[in-house]
Design a protein around this ligand. Structure first.
Ligand code: PBG
Length: 317
């Protein structure tokens, strides 16, 4: 009976998607008037700052609360230390300043991790044997976070999965009097093949080859470990935690929200986006699967979704 008519289906509906549930991840490049297609992400492009601003403005006008910025920097600026990540005049800090100047009310989130800046494609510094150096990496990440905060980023989002970095970044932000800067921790980030198209987008794929991040990102086999990771990051000072990827990890979203009752975000990553878009383009699935995928996150307990579909979904709401 409660399914018999549209009005009653609406009345008993338990979840809904609203523009305020969305964060739009965007890719920025140097130059002016440049737009580059990302082949493995249909409909998603990299833009120079002028074009980037226009797209951000559209997101803002549609009511999307925040965007996330990812850079694709020149290969010549990438090195083993990822030193461009801490350049206070680098592409990301400049992008943040421009957005804050023109769209002060739009939330701006920046990633903290070294992979777009290293010539090996890893998120941190490596020992001679190629093992990730946790503590040395944290020092660089801390500088990167401060560079973003100084530029005006509202949300600092460490996606690197080093241990202990949230506390160090929080302390540094407090010390430099960035007391209101939000830390969104990619707390349970899995070592996932669903990030493939993103590596094309920031062009870290050609540096990364077929290596893995298994020594610092989580194993897809584990769930209890995700709860430990989240607990650590909350204790260290995270305001918001994130689960990533999304659709294959809905059980993690649900358990985290249930256990900690803290703002819990989820990232519908590049591979999930491309998988749906690829099937839609071939006529194998209809457009509605996008919205259905987003409602699954809400049902699992997510408060907000990072999705490359944010703009098109917001247009249809
Ligand atoms: C980098 C980072 C990645 C993503 C966001 N930040 C890639 C990775 O960890 O390999 C992936 C996002 C996506 O696939 O859409 N630390």
């Amino acid at each position: 009976r409660t399914r018999s008519k549209e009005f009653v289906r609406r009345l008993v509906s338990e979840n809904k998607i609203d523009t305020s549930d969305l964060i739009y991840p965007m890719f920025v490049i140097e130059g002016t008037n440049r737009v580059e297609q990302i082949e493995s992400m249909p409909g998603i492009v990299r833009r120079s700052l002028d074009k980037f601003l226009k797209e951000a403005e559209e997101a803002h006008e549609l009511g999307i609360p925040a965007i996330a910025i990812f850079p694709n920097i020149e290969p010549s600026l990438r090195n083993a230390e990822g030193s461009e990540a801490i350049n206070r005049d680098g592409l990301v800090p400049r992008a943040v300043r421009e957005i804050k100047k023109h769209l002060p009310e739009l939330g701006v989130m920046t990633d903290v991790a070294l992979d777009p800046y290293t010539n090996h494609g890893h998120d941190g510094l490596l020992s001679d044997s190629g093992y990730i150096l946790n503590d040395e990496t944290i020092e660089v990440l801390c500088e990167q976070a401060l560079a973003c905060a100084e530029a005006g980023a509202d949300i600092i989002a460490p996606s690197d999965m080093m241990d202990g970095r949230i506390k160090v970044i929080r302390d540094a932000l407090e010390e430099e009097s960035y007391k209101d800067t939000v830390i969104l921790s990619y707390a349970a980030k899995y070592s996932s093949k669903f990030y493939g198209p993103f590596k094309d987008a920031v062009e870290s794929a050609k540096f990364f080859g077929n290596k893995t991040k298994d020594t610092y990102q989580m194993s897809p086999t584990n769930k209890l470990e995700a709860l430990h990771e989240v607990a650590m990051d909350i204790n260290e000072g995270a305001d918001i935690v994130m689960i990533k990827p999304g659709m294959p990890y809905l059980d993690i979203v649900s358990s985290v929200k249930e256990a900690f009752k803290i703002p819990t975000f989820v990232y519908q990553v590049s591979g999930e986006y491309s998988m749906l878009k690829g099937a839609i383009a071939r006529g194998w699935l209809s457009e509605e699967v996008i919205k259905e995928s987003l409602i699954s996150f809400k049902r699992a307990g997510a408060d907000c979704i990072l999705t490359y579909s944010a703009l098109e979904v917001a247009k249809n709401l």
